[in-house]
Design a protein around this ligand. Sequence first.
Ligand code: HEC
Length: 248
Amino acid sequence: MRKLAIVLLAMGCLPVAALAAEPVKAEPVKWEEWHAGNSIEDTSSLQRGARNFMNYCNGCHALKYVRYQRMADDLKIPTDVLSRDLVAPGSNALSYITTSLPAADAVNWFGKVPPDLSLITRSKSPDYVYRLFKTFYVDPASATGTNNLAYPGVAMPAVLSDLCGVNQAVFRQDGDQKLFDHFESVVPGTLTPAQCDDFVRDTVNFLDYVGEPTQIERRTIGIWVVLFLILLTWLTWLLKNEYWKDVH
Ligand code: HEC
């Protein structure tokens, strides 16, 4: 019995001893597995996302299938806040959310016209947009001075660097492949990493809503539809018993 206890103890201690002897090599950061973790039911997050979008994205990107008023109704944004803080100059509550950036200037500045983002989370997923904003890094060889892991060679500048800071990417050599290892902060942002994370998550959440504005309603109605179907099944079963009573 004592012997067994010693063996068990040794087994438990061995890996610890091995770790202590050799310096621990940190695992590469698996950014491909990051998830946005956004929730379309979180109305405050959607409201913050709308604010973020208008302040940080609308200068270049439009949401051409969404009207301001529809957005305000869905996200419970009061009309005075909508007209005061969100509606762009030259637009009104019934306008579609366009951008004031002329396409020709965009081509001059970025080499491309920034795409309309109405359906971006449907075509590329909320997780993709989240990863896009979490993986900008300094790259002096690129025209914008930054590059991106989720979209290598992206023409969009790192528009959140004042908030989220500037990162350097550390790569490691694996055979003849250059693989991403981790980020190192070069300049910190005005937000903490956790706040930056929330900022991106809220913005992605808003774009997720924009991709299918009826999804909040659809989910609520869905519950009632299922309850109704259960009730109907029960009634049909009672009716069937009634019809077959004489036969059985
Ligand atoms: C200064 C202009 C500018 C601002 C501001 C800007 N973008 Fe962009 N964005 C671009 C350009 C240019 C592209 C096209 C990039 C390309 O295809 O290389 C782009 C592309 C994108 C894409 C598409 C990527 C893909 O895979 O096709 C997404 C998503 C996006 N932007 C989201 C945002 C969000 C969210 C914000 C606000 C936080 C924002 N952008 C702010 C210029 C901008």
